[in-house]
Design a protein around this ligand. Structure first.
Ligand SMILES: NC(=O)c1ccc[n+]([C@@H]2O[C@H](COP(=O)([O-])OP(=O)(O)OC[C@H]3O[C@@H](n4cnc5c(N)ncnc54)[C@H](O)[C@@H]3O)[C@@H](O)[C@H]2O)c1
Length: 250
């Protein structure tokens, strides 16, 4: 259920990676709460929620990102919210990981998020309001073996958000990160068969995998005026993963 929250009605919200997983769920929650939502992604969704429109975008293409944002502002007169959910993951430790994997993960997860934020920033600054929310990860808060490029990119996103908040918040523009734990989406579907899944899930204090909609509700809060005094934070939505180490006593 898309719970109703205040503060999103008639806001123009751009969601990158908006046709799958957390981005799609966030688009649905924002639209259900009255936002005008643009889902920008490499690939279209079979069906988008009511109130959402699709725009093709590769977030690693600066010119295309800038053109899309300029077009949205020309059509709607403003852009109130940005959620950067476009992301990729490549498994591999320092030896297994190819240089192409490293480049791609950093390009999409880090540089792509920065491009989107840089494109919306002047428009938000001009109106002295706006909210940028970036998807980071618990893997950006802790190291993790076999996931070098992804962990590095997400750690950098958290630091980017703090620095962007420092750049923009005096102009009334807020910038925050969300760090999900393990969320059931197409990106994590391959873990379903992994022998490591059980141990990973147990590290979440709530003892289960999260749902995309549970992240979407937090994204809606951060995008909305309900969080008007919140900037520069990294908010874990991780079922307690980052709060404590789970040690099972025999
Ligand atoms: N699922 C999880 O457990 C989890 C945990 C922590 C963080 N995250 C982060 O949340 C975000 C969303 O992940 P998800 O699980 O919904 O994944 P997902 O694979 O379901 O969705 C990611 C979307 O990004 C799009 N995308 C990839 N490269 C792109 C590009 N160059 N330009 C535009 N769009 C592009 C894909 O087409 C896809 O629609 C990602 O940044 C991911 O790293 C996910």
């Amino acid at each position: 259920m898309n719970q109703l929250i205040g503060g999103l009605k008639d806001k123009v919200v751009l969601v990158t990676g908006g046709t799958s997983g957390i981005g799609l769920a966030s688009a649905a929650v924002a639209a259900a709460n009255g936002a005008i939502v643009v889902c920008a992604d490499l690939q279209a969704a079979q069906k988008l929620p009511e109130g959402c429109e699709f725009r093709a975008l590769d977030v690693t293409d600066w010119k295309a990102t800038e053109a899309l944002v300029d077009d949205l502002v020309a059509r709607h007169g403003r852009i109130d919210g940005l959620l950067t959910s476009a992301g990729v993951s490549r498994v591999g430790d320092v030896q297994e990981m190819t240089l192409q994997d490293w480049d791609q993960v950093l390009q999409v997860n880090l540089t792509g998020s920065m491009y989107s934020a840089k494109a919306v920033a002047p428009h938000m600054r001009r109106r002295r309001q706006g909210s940028i929310v970036a998807l980071a990860s618990i893997n950006g808060m802790l190291g993790n073996s076999g996931n070098l490029a992804y962990c590095t990119s997400k750690g950098a996103v958290i630091q980017m958000v703090r620095s962007l908040a420092a750049d923009l918040s005096r102009s009334g523009v807020r910038v925050n990160a969300i760090s999900p734990g393990l969320i059931h989406t197409p990106m994590t579907a391959m873990l379903d068969q992994s022998p490591a899944l059980g141990a990973f899930v147990k590290q979440h204090l709530l003892g289960r995998v999260g749902l995309a909609q549970e992240v979407a509700h937090v994204a809606a809060f951060l995008l909305s005026d309900l969080s008007s005094f919140v900037t520069g934070i990294n908010l874990p939505v991780d079922g307690g993963f980052s709060a404590a180490k789970v040690i099972e006593m025999a």
